[in-house]
Write a protein that binds this ligand. Structure first.
Ligand code: GTP
Ligand code: MG
Length: 202
C-alpha cells in the first residue's frame, strides 16, 4: 500500500472527543524520544506531519491523522519522560490509558522500542498491561540505522529471548529506521491486511 494523502485532523486530551470511530485506527506509543512521530512522518512521507524534536516530551496530545481518507494514524505522547512533573505524568497516564481502553476502532497499537537499548522494565510493564487488558499490539524496533547490521540483529534477538522468559508467544515484530526509511512497507502491508477486518461497533 502507498500513502497517497495524509491530513492532520485534530489533537485531543480526551478520547471522548476524538474523531467518530467510523474508520480503522492504528496508534503509536513508546518511551519519549523513541521515534513515534518520526516514524509516522516516514510512513506518510511527510516530514512536517507530526511534530518531532531532539528533546523528549514533544508530543503531549492524542493526534489524529487521516490516511488515504480511509484510516487513522495516531501519534501519542511518550511514557517514561523523567523531567515532567508527577501531576503531568499522572494526567498523561490517564489520558493514554483511557484512550487505549475505550477507543473502539483501535485495530492495533504499535509499541516502539529503541533498538539500541536492552529490554527495559517500563516497556515490559506496559506490555504486560496491554496483554491484561486485551489490547492488540505489535513491537517496532526504531532507529535501526544507528547500529550496524550485526549488532541490530543481536539486540533484537536478545530482546526476544528476554520476552520469552515471560511470554509463551512473541508479538509480531518490525525493525525500522525512519531516517533510512527501512521497514516501512512491512508496516503498511500489515495495516493493509488489518483494514478489511474493521467492523464499526455501534
Ligand atoms: P516524544 O513525542 O517526545 O515522545 O518523542 P517521539 O517518540 O515522537 O520521538 P521523535 O519522533 O520526536 O524523535 C526523537 C528524536 O529521534 C529526533 O531527534 C529524531 O530525529 C530522532 N529519530 C527518530 N527516528 C529516528 C531514526 O530512525 N533514526 C535516527 N537516526 N534518528 C531518529
Ligand atoms: Mg512525538
Amino acid at each position: 500500500m502507498k500513502i497517497k494523502t495524509a491530513q492532520f485532523v485534530i489533537s485531543n486530551t480526551d478520547y471522548k472527543i476524538c474523531p467518530t470511530p467510523k474508520m480503522p485506527e492504528y496508534a503509536f506509543i513508546g518511551r519519549s524520544n523513541v521515534g513515534k512521530s518520526s516514524l509516522i512522518n516516514a510512513l506518510a512521507n511527510n516530514k512536517n506531519l507530526a511534530k518531532t524534536s531532539t528533546k523528549p516530551g514533544k508530543t503531549q496530545l492524542i493526534n489524529h491523522f487521516l490516511i488515504n481518507k480511509k484510516w487513522y494514524l495516531v501519534d501519542l505522547p511518550g511514557y517514561g519522560f523523567a523531567k515532567t512533573s508527577k501531576e503531568k505524568r499522572a494526567r498523561f497516564h490517564d489520558m493514554i490509558s483511557e484512550y487505549l481502553l475505550n477507543r473502539s476502532n483501535l485495530m492495533c497499537l504499535f509499541v516502539l522500542i529503541d533498538s539500541r537499548h536492552n529490554a527495559q522494565a517500563i516497556d515490559q510493564e506496559f506490555i504486560q498491561w496491554l496483554s491484561e487488558n486485551e489490547i492488540p499490539f505489535v513491537l517496532v524496533f526504531t532507529k535501526g540505522d544507528k547500529l550496524g547490521k550485526t549488532v541490530l540483529a543481536k539486540n533484537v534477538e536478545e530482546y526476544k529471548s528476554e520476552m520469552l522468559k515471560q511470554w509463551a508467544e512473541l508479538p509480531r515484530i518490525f525493525i525500522t529506521s525512519a531516517e533510512k526509511k527501512r521497514g516501512l512497507d512491512d508496516i503498511l502491508t500489515y495495516i493493509e491486511s488489518l483494514n478489511p477486518i474493521f467492523r464499526e461497533i455501534t
